[in-house]
Design a protein around this ligand. Structure first.
Ligand code: MG
Length: 309
């Protein structure tokens, strides 16, 4: 594949500023089975992402456009983010843990159990301003050997967790979801958005994003339906500085205003699993879309601090 002019569906005039007409969809890399979990590394000017079924993590360098294999085997790594020290945190299906990539190439377990029982298969994660790690734990890494290892769940559900880095306490913050997946905070951390992708796995599953009010930075209120995403499902998502939610979907990236209305879509040749803002000014969007990784320069910055992916 090569660069293309991004096809758009404009639902609201505000979308013109976010993704201007004529924006180029830049081809960065391809040849993957299911590209996921992108994170921008500001100190290196590079992006890491997972290719989950191939059990590898790739790295693209902005300096010269080269793609290298960063990790293989990768314990079926999925979502990535940065902690406040700029280190990469990963969700691993194979080890059923959240880990940290160390400079010497080793990996450290951050959390792998809840009350003594193994997690299902952590999928995606985000770090709050207080350093707490919020992550989702659906069963995709244990329901087959495609993206992990077939195994029984040791928990009685699939939860959203919050790991307090100061106390080490791991708490369930939501038991409302079937398959919680991507997640992101609003810019002021007053709202947490969490995707549920269970429609692809169970007969009465859903493909929507829930919005939760965050209470005292450590608990969640009752959820409200933020947006049902179709075609496909909202896997990974990010938020821009004005609070718009940029979510993956079966036909590309959908941009949803904070009130839940759709502003527009950026269409891609294949389904999108995830995306992240990056680049020197935070306006470069990196998109993992099935076999291919794309980049576009958009008209707004990602909400997260440069050190939080
Ligand atoms: Mg995911």
């Amino acid at each position: 594949m090569t660069d293309v002019i991004a096809e758009r569906i404009v639902r609201d005039p505000r979308f013109e500023r976010l993704v201007p007409s004529g924006t180029r969809l830049e081809h960065l890399a391809d040849g993957y089975v299911w590209a996921e979990g992108p994170v921008w590394l500001p100190a290196e000017g590079a992006v890491l992402w997972s290719d989950i079924p191939n059990n590898q993590v790739l790295r693209w360098s902005a300096a010269d456009g080269t793609v290298t294999q960063f990790l293989r085997p990768a314990d079926f790594a999925n979502g990535h983010t940065l902690d406040h020290d700029g280190r990469v945190l990963a969700c691993e299906h194979g080890t059923r843990r959240v880990s940290r990539y160390e400079p010497d190439g080793s990996r450290t377990t951050i959390v792998d159990r809840y009350k003594g029982r193994r997690l299902n298969s952590p999928n995606d994660l985000v770090v709050a301003s207080d350093g707490a790690i919020w992550f989702t734990d659906p069963p995709y890494g244990i329901v087959s050997n495609r993206e992990g290892y077939l195994a029984d769940s040791e928990l009685d559900g699939c939860y959203v967790f919050r790991l307090d880095r100061k106390t080490g306490e791991l708490a369930i913050v939501s038991d409302h979801m079937i398959d919680p997946n991507g997640l992101a905070f609003s810019p002021d951390e007053a709202v947490l958005y969490v995707a549920d992708t269970s429609a692809g796995r169970v007969p009465h599953g859903v493909h929507h994003i829930l919005a939760f009010d965050v209470i005292d930075g450590r608990r969640l209120g009752e959820p409200r339906l933020f947006r049902t995403i179709e075609p496909g499902a909202p896997d990974g998502l990010r938020v821009d500085v004005e609070g718009n939610v940029w979510t993956s979907a079966g036909d590309g990236v959908h941009v949803i205003a904070p009130d839940g209305s759709e502003l527009g879509r950026l269409l891609t040749p294949e389904a999108v699993a995830n995306l992240t803002f990056g680049g020197p000014d935070g306006r470069r969007l990196f998109i993992t879309a099935t076999s291919t990784v794309w980049s576009i320069t958009v008209g707004i910055r990602g909400a997260v601090s440069p050190w939080v992916g």
